[in-house]
Design a protein around this ligand. Structure first.
Ligand code: ARG
Length: 461
């Protein structure tokens, strides 16, 4: 049995030790410590600003809180389970340092608005960090893209060869996904950067506080206009988990392609030793563990999103202890998303080589120029559906003969349709097939170069 009581004199006995541990969040919410200190400093300064405590008392509180920050950074602040959570741990240590003044810090505040403030400060900072990791990953993609405008790879639909595309175009598709992620996080940051501080436990406070003052000290752009909403809102956290889930979806798709591309069947990329792993039994193996892990870790982030949605959906207003469960989901999502973005950036920068020669031959070995033959006829007046059928027939006979479209002679082309001329050979060469798709947003080299400039400008802005 713990002897020390956390609660007021309303309680006669201490918590059952198992329940104390069950109830505590200190084992994980210490992650919020620096934000808790920053929030408390602003609260103390606001109390003095409004004449609720003296300037001198506020100064003592601020000095004490800064001392805790130093202790923490030096590894000397290690509260045990009896502290329950980070907020109590700080208040207890502050009271040890400052004496009775420390007991004034919690005037006109509750742990409910306090914890809400802490998570928002934490998430605001982590959103900034994830956005810069996204930028680094986009830069790595762009650097490859710039070097591979005229490298042609098979483009797929249904994982069947469809039409060849510029490798740069393919990589830029991921660039734009991450661009949306970057923008989305910026929008979510706006709704995260709102101050709940001063909402109290749920109803506001009897003290003449100035919520806008503490909010501005903390760099919040707005103040929650409703105290009940302020302490119970976790929409911003759900939006964040949703946005992180989309980042993981994008990373996972890119990973999947890298896994396929590095297989013997595709052979489009080779993994460098620094980013690949071996097998414990098969000496010839080189495994794409990094993209596989990224793909695998996406699952836990989606799980956290689901967990938080379910956590909130049945909660009556206002604060409920269930909300303590939001933290591990948020923290793990932040850590996982950051780590996966970093791993992918390293993989892109140092871990892969595009097998340009293999790609160059690969794109000449299929029928992915068939649409171009149909387009050739259609551009010369043959109705497209008719042209499509003619080419379908050629593909069928060529397949039966083990030939490709490039193997047909001019005579054979002209037997199919008299409109075919010498320029059909150029029209179906992979370079021309790609170059010709010059519609806006298409894979034509001119479009891709335009897109590269646009992407560069996005990174510069
Ligand atoms: N550890 C708590 C949490 O994470 C802090 C708020 C506790 N508030 C309360 N009324 N018990 O949600």
């Amino acid at each position: 049995m713990t002897t020390k009581k956390t609660w007021s004199d309303r309680f006669e006995t201490a918590l059952h030790p198992f329940i104390a541990e069950f109830n505590a969040s200190i084992s994980f919410d210490l992650e919020l410590l620096e934000y808790d200190l920053t929030g408390s400093i602003a609260h103390a300064q606001m109390l003095a600003h409004c004449g609720i405590i003296t300037e001198e008392e506020a100064q003592q509180l601020v000095t004490g809180l800064e001392q805790i920050r130093q202790e923490y950074r030096q590894g000397e602040f290690n509260p045990g389970i009896d502290a329950e959570d980070v907020h109590f741990a700080v208040e207890r240590r502050l009271t040890e340092i400052t004496g009775d003044v420390g007991k004034k810090l919690h005037t006109a505040r509750s742990r409910n608005d306090q914890v809400g403030t802490d998570i928002r400060l934490y998430l605001r900072e982590e959103i900034n960090q994830i956005r810069s990791h996204l930028r680094a990953c986009q830069r790595a993609l762009l650097d490859h893209a710039v070097n591979h405008v005229e490298t042609i790879i098979p483009g797929y639909t249904h994982l069947q060869r469809a039409q060849p595309v510029s490798l740069a175009h393919h990589l830029l598709a991921y660039f734009y996904m991450f661009q949306r992620d970057w923008e989305r996080l910026g929008e979510i940051r706006v709704r995260t950067n709102i101050s709940p501080l001063g909402a109290g436990a749920l109803a506001g406070t009897t003290f003449p506080i100035d919520r806008h003052y503490s909010a501005s000290l903390l760099g919040f752009d707005q103040v929650y206009p409703n105290s009940l909403d302020a302490v119970s809102d976790r929409d911003f956290a759900i939006e964040f988990l949703c946005s992180a889930s989309l980042i993981m979806v994008h990373l996972s798709r890119l990973s999947e392609e890298m896994i396929l591309w590095s297989s013997q069947e595709f052979g489009f990329i080779t993994l460098k030793d620094s980013c690949a792993t071996g097998s414990s039994i098969m000496p010839q193996k080189k495994n794409p563990d990094v993209p596989e892990l990224v793909r695998g870790k996406s699952g836990r982030v989606f799980g956290h999103l689901q967990a938080l949605l379910v956590l909130i959906k049945g909660l009556p207003l206002a604060y409920n202890k269930d909300l303590q469960e939001d933290k591990e989901a948020i923290f793990d999502t932040v850590k996982t998303t950051k780590a996966c973005l970093q791993a992918m950036t390293i993989l892109l920068r140092e871990g892969i080589v595009f097998n340009v020669e293999r790609l160059a031959t690969t794109v000449t070995e299929d029928f992915s120029n068939a649409t171009d033959v149909a387009d050739y006829l259609a551009a010369r007046g043959v109705p497209f559906r008719e042209a499509y059928n003619i080419v379908g027939k050629v593909v069928k006979t060529s397949l039966a003969e083990g030939k490709l479209l490039k193997d047909l002679t001019l005579e054979q082309w002209q037997q199919l349709h008299p409109i075919f001329a010498e320029d059909i050979f150029e029209a179906i060469a992979p370079k021309q097939v790609v170059a010709a798709r010059n519609s806006y947003g298409g894979t034509g080299f001119t479009q891709v170069r335009e897109s590269l400039n646009q992407a560069q400008a996005m990174l510069d802005s």
